[in-house]
Design a protein around this ligand. Structure first.
Ligand code: SAM
Length: 271
C-alpha cells in the first residue's frame, strides 16, 4: 500500500516498511537502547502509554510486555508502517497494543489521559518538535512522564563543534527534507524544558564501534552520508568530526567505520 500524501518517504511504502522492521528486529544496539527506555519509563503495569511515532511497533512490544492491565497506543502518520505493525501483531499478539493513525503535531486524543508518552528514533523527523513536546504535555496526566530517545550529535565543547552540528543538519536536510534535524543532548533537554516539563533524567549513551558497514547502528546510513559529504569540507572541521564522531574507509563496496555514535535519553515530568 502506498500513502499518496508522502510518496517520497520510505515509511509510506509497504515493502520498505517491512524492510525497516526486519532490520530493526536484528539490531543489538537498538535492543540495548530500548531496554534503557523501558527502564526510564518506570512502569508499574497499569499505565496508559502513548508510543509516539510507533512505526511498526518494534518498541511498543517490549513496553507492552511490562504492562499488566494497562494499554499502549501507537500513533504514526505512515499507514504503511502501521500496516506492518498490524501484521506483526497478528503473527505474535502484543497484548494491549493499539496502532492509530495521526500526526505528531496534533494528537487525536483528549487532554490528561496518558500516564506515559515516549518517542524513539523519531524526534529528528518531526517538523515542529516543540509543538510535539507541548502535545505530549497536554495528553499526559499530572505526574506523567515523556521520554525521548534519539540519535544525537556529540556534546559541543567549542565553536567548531557548533559549526559541525550546523553542517550536519545542513547536509541532512538537503537529503531528507527541511524538517530532518539531529539534536544534541542539551538541545533535547532545552526543548522539553521549554514545553514545561521538569527534567528528571538526561543521559547520553555512546557506542564506541569498530565494524564493517552501518548495519545495526540506528540511523547509521544517514551518518555515513554525512561523513561522505564532509570529505570536501575544510580540514579542521573534518578532523574534529572524525575525532568526536567516526572515520570510515571504503574498500570497494565495503566500508569500515571506527568511532562513536551517540544517543540521548531524556525524561521529563508533567508538574
Ligand atoms: C525511524 S521510524 C521509528 C519508528 C519506531 N519508533 C521505532 O523505533 O521502530 C520514524 C517514524 O516516525 C514517523 N513519523 C515521522 N514524522 C512523523 C509525524 N510528524 N507524525 C507522526 N509520525 C511521524 C514515521 O512515519 C516513522 O514511522
Amino acid at each position: 500500500m502506498k500513502d499518496e500524501h508522502h510518496p517520497k518517504s520510505r515509511f509510506h511504502d509497504h515493502a520498505q516498511a517491512k524492510e525497516y522492521d526486519r532490520r530493526a528486529a536484528q539490531s543489538e544496539y537498538r535492543g540495548q537502547l530500548v531496554a534503557k527506555l523501558v527502564e526510564a519509563l518506570e512502569l508499574t503495569g497499569r499505565e496508559r502509554v502513548l508510543d509516539l511515532a510507533t512505526g511498526t511497533g518494534r518498541v511498543a512490544r517490549p513496553v507492552a510486555e511490562r504492562l499488566k492491565g494497562g494499554m499502549i497506543v501507537g500513533l504514526d502518520e505512515a499507514l504503511a508502517m502501521l500496516r506492518v505493525a498490524e501484521e506483526q501483531k497478528e503473527k505474535e499478539p502484543i497484548l494491549g497494543f493499539m496502532p492509530a493513525a495521526g500526526k505528531a503535531e496534533a494528537f487525536p486524543f483528549r487532554s490528561g489521559v496518558f500516564d506515559r508518552a515516549f518517542t524513539v528514533f523519531a524526534l529528528h523527523h518531526f517538523g515542529n518538535a516543540l509543538l510535539t513536546a507541548q502535545e505530549a504535555l497536554r495528553v499526559l496526566k499530572p505526574g506523567g512522564r515523556f521520554v525521548v530517545l534519539d540519535p544525537v550529535v556529540a556534546s559541543e565543547e567549542n565553536e567548531l563543534d557548533v559549526r559541525i552540528r550546523e553542517r550536519i543538519n545542513e547536509i541532512l536536510s538537503s537529503g531528507h527534507g527541511e524538517r530532518f534535524h539531529y539534536y544534541s543532548l542539551k538541545t533535547i533537554r532545552e526543548l522539553l524544558a521549554k514545553a514545561d516539563f521538569r527534567i528528571v533524567r538526561a543521559d547520553l549513551h555512546t557506542f564506541a564501534l569498530d565494524q564493517e558497514g552501518m548495519d545495526g547502528i540506528p540511523t547509521g546510513r544517514h551518518w555515513l552520508d554525512v561523513a561522505e559529504q564532509l570529505q570536501s569540507d575544510p580540514a579542521d572541521l573534518r578532523r574534529r568530526f572524525e575525532e568526536k564522531h567516526f572515520r570510515f574507509e571504503k574498500h570497494g563496496e565495503k566500508v569500515r567505520v571506527r568511532g562513536n555514535f551517540y544517543f540521548a535519553l531524556v525524561s521529563g515530568e508533567k508538574q
